[in-house]
Design a protein around this ligand. Structure first.
Ligand SMILES: [Cu+2]
Length: 122
């Protein structure tokens, strides 16, 4: 019996090491896409990460070229999709917008980054 317990704990350690070695929550893709130019102003920015997020410590803001917030301050993890972060937007005039995100993945590792997208004026 003792031997079985020892074997199980070795397996647990190996599995733990494997999951710790996985990448942290980096941005996988976003909508609007990173660096893209869209003709229609989006109502929401959605970011998909490579790992599930810790909701209490994950946030995103969107600012215009003057540095003013244009998001609605309602960042949230999408229901049923724990690696997906969303935030609503005010009506956006043409311009370039900066998306700044900082998240903590479920493995407790913090990551952050920025990207821009452009709303075209024609
Ligand atoms: Cu990590």
């Amino acid at each position: 019996m003792h031997k079985i317990i020892m074997t199980l704990s070795v397996i647990a350690v190996v599995l733990g090491a494997a999951s710790a070695a996985r990448a942290h929550a980096f941005l996988d893709h976003a909508s609007p896409a990173v660096g893209s130019s869209v003709q229609t102003a989006p109502a929401v920015v959605t970011l998909w990460f490579t790992q599930d997020l810790e909701p209490a410590f994950s946030d995103v803001t969107v600012t215009n070229q003057a540095g003013q917030r244009v998001d609605l301050g309602n960042a949230r993890i999408a229901p049923g999709s724990p690696a997906e972060l969303q935030i609503g937007l005010k009506p956006l005039p043409p311009g370039t917008y900066l998306v700044s995100w900082h998240v903590v993945s479920v493995d407790t590792h913090p990551t952050e980054g920025t990207f821009t997208f452009e709303v075209g004026g024609g």
